[in-house]
Design a protein around this ligand. Structure first.
Ligand SMILES: [Zn+2]
Length: 301
């Protein structure tokens, strides 16, 4: 377990044990970014506050059942998004990034259908409508496959292909739109997509040989998993380093792409919250400096 997930587990335990101070700190920690996210999704400020309040309430109600397989931030964003989509059933509240609002819904199913098509060529894999009891297992397997895919891109610093995969699977753009945005040849985008699907499928087949499943892939499931795990979203600490311009140039470029070109609503909300905190810290430390340098004046007899 990493240090950050251990800290999150400790926080969760403290809240479960009814530690009011831990709960207060938890709200302080997350309310800024959640409110920022809600404000970009709903028109009225009061509605944004309502859904964030509801998110914390839902979190408390589910405390005993929460198994954090993603970060607490991602978990909270997941509840919040669900609250917003349920309450304001418009198309725009469903999108997770700005670029989807620009390119619209016409690009909707392209990558998923491609996965179906590729699998359909191989009769050894059955892609049928799945039973409920299999769904969780299948989604876990796909989540592992996608997590591994993204981790490989990051480890090898193949950020070009990570951007391609993100535009196709997270933003659901068509090949030609992704190619145009990245100023790449559409043929190259097709090849990268094919490679991604092949890796995902290889992982699924491996699991299947281990013995346990007839695999199926419903419409949009890859995108849903990518969204709910925020697979390509930079960590909060990386956003902080970006804010301080303290990242290697290729990673700085990637985070900039994720925030500005993709326009990930989750990360933009988190980033704006960081900016605000930095501004208020700077103001406070400036205030302290002024106080310290002038305090002698007031203590003079
Ligand atoms: Zn993001």
């Amino acid at each position: 377990m990493s240090d950050s997930s251990q800290t999150e587990q400790d926080t969760l335990e403290a809240i479960r044990n009814g530690n009011g101070q831990a709960w207060g700190q938890f709200i302080d920690e997350y309310q800024g970014r959640l409110l920022r996210f809600a404000r970009t999704r709903v028109a009225q400020h009061a509605d944004a506050e309502d859904v964030v309040q509801e998110t914390f309430a839902s979190f408390v109600k589910a405390l005993d059942r929460i198994q954090v397989t993603v970060s607490l931030e991602t978990y909270l964003f997941g509840i919040l998004r669900h609250e917003i989509v349920n309450r304001f059933r418009s198309q725009t509240t469903r999108t997770v990034c700005l670029i989807q609002d620009i390119y619209g819904a016409e690009s909707s199913d392209a990558p998923i259908n491609a996965l179906d098509r590729q699998a359909a060529c191989d009769p050894s894999v059955s892609w049928c409508v799945c039973h409920d009891e299999q769904q969780a297992l299948q989604e876990r397997t796909l989540a592992q496959a996608l997590t591994r895919l993204v981790a490989n891109f990051k480890r090898s610093e193949n950020l070009r292909d990570l951007k391609i995969a993100e535009l196709l699977f997270y933003c659901k753009l068509r090949n030609k739109d992704a190619a145009q945005l990245l100023a790449l040849n559409p043929g190259l985008v097709r090849v990268v997509k094919h490679r991604c699907l092949k890796q995902i499928r290889a992982h699924v087949l491996q699991r299947r040989q281990a013995g346990d499943m007839t695999f199926s892939c419903s419409e949009n499931v890859l995108t849903r998993i990518w969204e709910s795990h925020r697979l390509s979203c930079p960590k909060r600490s990386t956003l902080g380093a970006f804010l301080l311009e303290n990242l290697p140039v290729e990673w700085f470029d990637y985070v900039d792409f994720h925030l500005a070109t993709v326009g990930c609503h989750f990360c933009r909300a988190s980033f704006k919250d960081l900016q605000e905190r930095q501004d208020s810290q700077q103001q406070e430390s400036f205030r302290q400096r002024v106080m310290n340098s002038t305090i002698g004046f007031f203590s003079k007899p």
